[in-house]
Write a protein that binds this ligand. Sequence first.
Ligand code: HEM
Length: 432
Amino acid sequence: PPRLDGVPVVGSSLSIMRDALAFTEAARERGDVVAYEAFGADMAAVFDPEVVEQVLVSRSDEFRKGELDREFGDRIAPDGVVFTEGERWRRQRTVLQSWFTPDRIEAYADSMVAEAAALADGWDDGDIVDVGDPLSTFTLRVLTKTLFDLEFDDERAATVRRATRALSTYASPRGFALRTILPSWIPTPAEPAYERAMADLDALVSRLVAQRREAEANGGDLLSLLARAEYPDGTRMDPETVRDQLVTLLVAGHETSATALTFACWYLAGDDAVRECLERELEAVCDDRDPTIADLPALEYTDAIVDETLRLYPPVTDLYREAVETTTLGGYRISEGTTLQLSVYGIHRDERWWDAPETFRPSRWLEDCDRPEYAYFPFGGGPRHCLGMRFARVELKLALAALARRLEFERVTDSLSPSAGLTLDPGTVELR
Ligand code: HEM
């Protein structure tokens, strides 16, 4: 494939460290599959939806999660379902999947609305709020209440948030690049804060499991099942695996949704046309009450706001896969061990598939349009697509509707400057 040349030894790591999103856009200029070197590995950025389909779906057995995911997994939850492979992954995914069925998600809807209402009611008229933290507390509260039947107070939420943000200093393009450039014996400035944050998260998770084990030996929620360390067929899951699933769900399930909500709220605050269309729809469908799960099919514009937010600001900007053997993709030879960077961000902003790609325009989702299926893949695809996809979509729609009914935001932060962290980082977003 065409190549982006970096500098000797560290390849493109320096450019990625400076601005990973700009690097991705520069790579897209060079072609649909673009080779480069970074993080001490041979990389290939992919901007072709057909190739994405092959890697994630039709030829998925030729690829596995790559070194970057393993390194990230080792730091947080090596045996968590996001990181495992083969039979081990399949078994874990089957257990967890039973907590994300349409019936279960329907049962979570009321909690999602109630939490959003409580969040909105906690803000006074005229308050200037940096919405990132409150929205991430909101998504954590929803997650822990619905899946684990657990009330998460601000302190517990802050513990998970601190650990997630600390992880971002390692498990992000910038973090990986920094580690490539600095010799491994030099601690990065974040190391002590990182160790503390992870130790606090571990202590919290152990406490939760121990409490649940004592309190409700037969509880029916996911935390009880995990606390009993049992697969549904009665076989045992070892304690490390239990811990890793909990940590994985806490981290994978909150920052992603919170990021999306943060971007969506910023548009509601500053884009009158979007706000008016949403209000009109809510009035027509829900009149003077909060939405329920039964209203969701009729909330088409709300759905379009969610789709458009996840297009322009995909919380997971890239998926990484490693070629198990030397192979061909998009007409190019890809050597064994090459890490493919499937660029969600790059493909979502490509004018071949999107008219005026940089413009936030939810109504595009209400028009007919012919584009390849994998021109849009904020939740990945194939067997390892996001386990929480349906959960997240219902949560985002209900939360947007419940917040919009109660609040009229104005922008204080007047422009966004997102950067690539563990998830796409919106930076400070202050609203009034
Ligand atoms: C996997 C995105 C919310 C749990 C993924 C993947 C993506 C993604 C792109 C695939 C990663 C890959 O193939 O390398 C998102 C986005 C979300 C979101 C954009 C919100 C807007 C959630 C929620 C949960 C969750 C709410 C749980 C409650 C998971 C899990 C996996 C996963 C467990 C790993 C699945 C596997 O490997 O089998 N997510 N996610 N996600 N997500 Fe999400």
